[in-house]
Design a protein around this ligand. Structure first.
Ligand code: SF4
Length: 175
């Protein structure tokens, strides 16, 4: 049985981790060590609790009234292979899938396993949290360097295409 190391049980009904009402998978383990990280308890790669992938898939299939799934943490891409079947199940259910990562989009393209997860996503919010660039007015991201990326459009056009969800942020960043 493949297992996933999570910081907490799968959350339902989030309205702040992407658009609509969403399930959130809080992965355990992160090696980016961003100064000012809001979730330092998720850094220990041996911490958290192990959950069976099949159990996560069952929870996603059974959850009512969710419009999307968000992978957060922690660093989700450290457990890319375990997350792939979960994301596939979410997509089969019609959920849109977002992921937050301290890796950049370009870095994820370079790693076979991480790319296999990336290409299943609708949206990636990429890059480390940089405290000096944080702005509480930003929507769905913490610091100005991060990008809310339309993954299918980016892969198709072979360049980073920002999601419409980043448009308001782009205006703010000009202020
Ligand atoms: S990538 Fe996210 S979880 Fe990891 S240190 Fe940075 S802000 Fe914290």
């Amino acid at each position: 049985m493949v297992k996933l190391r999570l910081a907490s049980a799968i959350q339902q009904d989030s309205i702040v981790d992407g658009p609509g009402i969403r399930m959130v998978i809080w992965t355990q383990g992160c090696e980016h060590h961003c100064k000012g990280c809001h979730n330092p308890q998720t850094h220990d790669i041996n911490g958290g609790t192990l959950y069976e992938v099949e159990d996560c898939i069952r929870q996603i299939k059974e959850a009512p009234l969710q419009s999307g799934l968000t992978l957060s943490g922690g660093e989700p891409f450290l457990q890319a292979s375990a997350l792939i079947p979960i994301v596939k199940a979410a997509k089969e259910k019609g959920l849109n899938v977002w992921a937050y990562s301290g890796f950049t989009y370009e870095a994820l393209l370079e790693d076979k396993e991480k790319f296999a997860l990336l290409k299943l996503l609708d949206v990636l919010v990429d890059g480390k949290f940089i405290e000096s660039l944080k702005d509480y007015r930003l929507t769905f991201k913490g610091s100005k360097n991060q990008r809310i990326i339309d993954v299918p459009a980016s892969l198709k056009q072979n360049t980073v295409v920002l999601s419409a969800y980043d448009e308001k942020n782009t205006q703010l960043e000009k202020l």
